[in-house]
Write a protein that binds this ligand. Structure first.
Ligand code: HEM
Length: 421
């Protein structure tokens, strides 16, 4: 069914028809109603669909990132108390800080990340990728559960200096958190499960064993404890929270990016896919996959004060302090005002590719080099090993929220289909 403007009132991140193919809806909104108030999402949220508005608002200092409690708005205040320990962790995330507090915490985390250069990470990520690929049966395997699911958790665990064997738990815990922040409505049962997952993740990151291991490995978990910038150190609770943020931010997003990319690359000839195999051409190809296949559909903000924003089409957007906005990067990335042939995957699209997949401004994704490197190594290794890798026709299984957009299973085969041989 093609979308109508009226459908914005039932638009949600948890409805299958939007999850399956949100792009016609985004196109319609960009053209006809690029700044739109949804009365249903979080009790009144402005949704922005054009590149110009998304990019501008991501950098607007009248908006705040202090939005850790937005998904709990539907609860009466006394019931929110039940989730205070969980919100305490999220409230410490540097992603949800503004101004000088954000600058200080980001600088501090950045300093801890200094040893993790591309050159240091390259052989480590390659070894994890090869280890997973060696176990696959090229006649048919589930790309997600057998490759894209374990890999990102293993990579980030390795960076943190905690056991990569914990990948299944890390995926489970962070998926519950991703569902909370990617959805537009969650149940109390889900909140309770997420509180438990957050507690288990925090206990894992705080454990003596993992502290010792990370210290011995020179891992980021240890660096976060040790780094002092201008006399400031993270408290133990802050260390655990920032490490949990890195896992939450990176695990599901890289997983879905790999799945979405393999799905999109299925429509591309093996000769074009070779672009991924060579350093010079892989860079623009990965940027284009980031643009078209972004797993993160939106970036959230809340108004820090009452003010009126004028959208790119002239719509007046009156904002009340505390009111949420959702800025749809997945829509911005296909805005014809910015990109030629916006819906096409053009693997040699010239750089710079101005996609908003990692945001823009002071909150630009902290993990973008790790994402680019992991994605390049994962995809080039897959297609180098099996140049004819393809996705046979099948029912797709999607993650159940649009915030983290991607497949939960995707069967592929390493053998070329008959017509391509
Ligand atoms: C495909 C993968 C990823 C995508 C699409 C993505 C996307 C984003 C976006 C759009 C933002 C900006 C949010 C804003 O403006 O409020 C962001 C922030 C952030 N990302 Fe990522 N991310 C990915 C992977 C990762 C990884 C692997 C890590 C770390 C290991 C990471 C850590 C962070 C952190 C810490 C922030 C907050 C930065 C700040 O507020 O200063 N992300 N990410």
């Amino acid at each position: 069914m093609s979308p109508g403007l009226a459908s914005v009132d039932d638009f949600s991140h948890n409805q299958f028809r939007y999850i399956e193919d949100p792009f016609p809806f985004y196109a319609l909104m960009r053209e006809r109603s690029p700044a739109r108030l949804s009365g249903t999402i979080f009790g009144g949220t402005w949704l922005m669909f054009r590149y110009a508005d998304c990019a501008r608002l991501m950098q607007d200092e009248r908006l705040s990132n202090a939005r850790s409690a937005v998904p709990l708005r539907f609860l009466p205040p006394e019931q929110r108390e039940e989730f205070a320990d969980m919100l305490d962790i999220y409230g410490r995330w540097l992603a949800f800080h503004d101004g000088t507090e954000h600058t200080r915490n980001r600088r501090q985390a950045n300093r801890g990340y200094v040893p993790f250069t591309d050159a240091y990470l390259e052989p480590r990520i390659q070894a994890l990728v090869d280890g997973l690929l060696d176990r696959l049966d090229p006649t048919g395997f589930d790309l997600i559960s057998e490759f894209a699911f374990p890999l990102p958790a293993m990579v980030i665990a390795d960076v943190l200096g905690v056991p990569v064997e914990a990948h299944a738990d890390l995926n489970r815990w962070t998926d519950d958190i991703a569902h909370l922040f990617g959805s537009t409505s969650v149940s109390v049962e889900h909140l309770r499960r997420t509180r438990e997952s957050t507690r288990q993740l925090a206990d894992f990151l705080a454990s003596e064993d993992n502290a010792r291991r990370s210290r011995a490995e020179g891992g980021l978990l240890h660096q976060l404890r040790e780094i002092e910038v201008r006399g400031h150190r993270f408290s133990e609770r802050d260390v655990v929270a920032q490490a949990a943020l890195l896992l939450f931010a990176g695990v599901a997003s890289i997983r879905y990016l790999i799945g979405n990319s393999v799905h999109a690359l299925d429509a591309v000839s093996p000769a074009d896919r070779e672009l991924l195999l060579h350093p010079g051409t892989a860079r623009p190809a990965v940027e284009e996959l980031l643009r078209v296949c972004t797993p993160v559909s939106f970036v959230g903000r809340v108004a820090a004060e009452d003010f009126e924003y004028t959208a790119s089409d002239g719509t007046a957007v009156p904002l009340r302090e505390g009111q949420p906005l959702l800025l749809y990067v997945a829509s911005a990335n296909r805005d014809p005002e910015v990109f030629e042939r916006p819906d096409e995957l053009v693997l040699d699209r010239p750089l710079p590719n101005r996609h908003l997949t990692f945001g823009v401004g002071r909150h630009l994704c902290f993990g973008d080099p790790l994402v680019r490197q992991t994605t390049r190594i994962a995809l080039s290794s897959l297609y180098r090993r099996w140049p004819g890798l393809h996705v046979p026709p099948q029912e797709a299984n999607w993650n159940n929220n649009l915030g983290f957009h991607g497949f939960t299973s995707l069967r592929v085969t390493g053998e070329a289909p008959e017509h391509r041989r």
